[in-house]
Design a protein around this ligand. Structure first.
Ligand code: AQP
Length: 333
């Protein structure tokens, strides 16, 4: 049976890349199959998080889920750390995954920077916890951005090795990453070769879900382009990554293909395209932002959703951990 699962780290303000690459797509999928969406607070602490902020950020991600259209009656929305099974299964998977597999993970290399000996052990083993997050629910589809592709491959490797090592063929399904649409990798507004990211020191590089209309318009107006005009359909944009990125954003926000957007603006100047893009972004994000603010003003509703979600998630996850313990040979009364 189909099961959809994804999550977002509670590690700072959400941006347009998270919205288009993840949030908006979860909402589109929730009617297709049972859907589990969690707030990855255990992943967030792989780099230092101020404890009071972590709680607030957890609620903020939950608010973003609700505000972007996830229905808590259909979708199970929960904090990762509230379901013990995640940590339990992650340990078993730490003993299934091989050092050589983790050594190849490019995100660890990027995030640990020059001083990898000072990175937390958690940051290194992060993709193993991610495999546990997914396989606990025997998820078959994982909607994510392009940056998570390698981690999903690792999840499949872990599932396959577990099934094989313990003589449990097919116990864990091999989940498919769902990396689709025009917005699988939104780039920085200042640099078409860098991913739009929470951790970019330049606030001008990204549109935050908390930005107001003026800030969104100003950032798009100042976004990097080039000396040319809007391309024709079929024209290669390989050496115009910034223009390609703005077209992808327009396409994702307006639910069109990149070709449709290109046809609409072909030959026009950025002076015409950028304000249209800004209007579109404001129109799409303003209701989400407003609803997030409303929910955050009094967290009672968010907390109720998270508590209920944690209980429903545990109902699915706990029996899987109990079975895994048996498969592994852990003593059970
Ligand atoms: N630029 C992006 N374009 C499309 N999708 C993106 N995602 C992230 N950045 C982009 C997708 O958003 C989901 C949640 O991401 P995450 O919270 O797990 O964290 P991340 O990838 O670490 O996000 P950031 O903003 O890039 O944070 P830093 O700066 O800490 O690395 C995932 O599905 C991700 O693919």
């Amino acid at each position: 049976p189909r099961r959809i699962l994804s999550g977002i780290q509670a590690s700072g303000a959400l941006h347009l890349g998270n919205y288009l690459g993840a949030l908006k797509r979860f909402t589109a999928l929730q009617d297709a199959a049972p859907t589990f969406v969690f707030v990855a607070d255990m992943h967030a602490i792989t780099v230092w998080q101020d404890p009071a902020l972590l709680t607030a950020q957890t609620r903020e991600i939950a608010a973003a889920y609700l505000a972007s259209g996830l229905d808590p009656k259909k979708t199970v929305i929960f904090p990762q750390s509230a379901v013990r099974a995640h940590a339990d299964l992650a340990w078993v998977f730490n003993c299934v995954a091989r050092l050589g597999w983790l050594d190849r993970m490019t995100q660890f290399k990027e995030k640990s920077g020059k001083h990898k000996e000072r990175a937390s052990v958690g940051l290194y083993t992060y993709p193993v916890l991610q495999a546990a997050d997914i396989l606990l629910y025997k998820a078959t589809e994982v909607p994510v951005g392009e940056d998570q592709k390698q981690h999903l491959e690792l999840t499949r490797d872990i599932a396959g090795k577990f099934n094989n090592d313990f003589g449990a063929p097919g116990y864990f399904p091999l989940p498919e990453p769902v990396i689709q649409g025009p917005a699988t990798r939104i780039m920085s507004l200042r640099d078409g070769s860098a991913k739009m990211s929470k951790s970019d020191p330049s606030d001008q590089s990204r549109i935050n879900l908390t930005d107001d209309a003026d800030a969104i318009a100003a950032k798009i107006k100042k976004s990097k382009t080039d000396m040319g005009v809007m391309p024709q359909v079929g024209e290669s944009l390989d050496d115009r990554p910034e223009v390609r990125n703005l077209i992808a954003i327009y396409a994702a926000l307006s639910d069109q293909t990149k070709d449709q957007v290109t046809a609409q603006f072909a030959g026009q100047g950025f002076g015409a395209f950028k304000p249209a893009l800004a209007d579109l972004a404001v129109e799409a994000l303003a209701p989400v932002t407003a609803e997030m603010r409303r929910l955050m003003a009094d967290p009672t509703e968010i907390d109720r959703v998270l508590k209920d979600g944690a209980e429903r998630a545990a109902e699915v996850a706990d029996p899987v951990v109990a079975e895994v313990k048996k498969i592994v040979g852990f003593w059970q009364a």
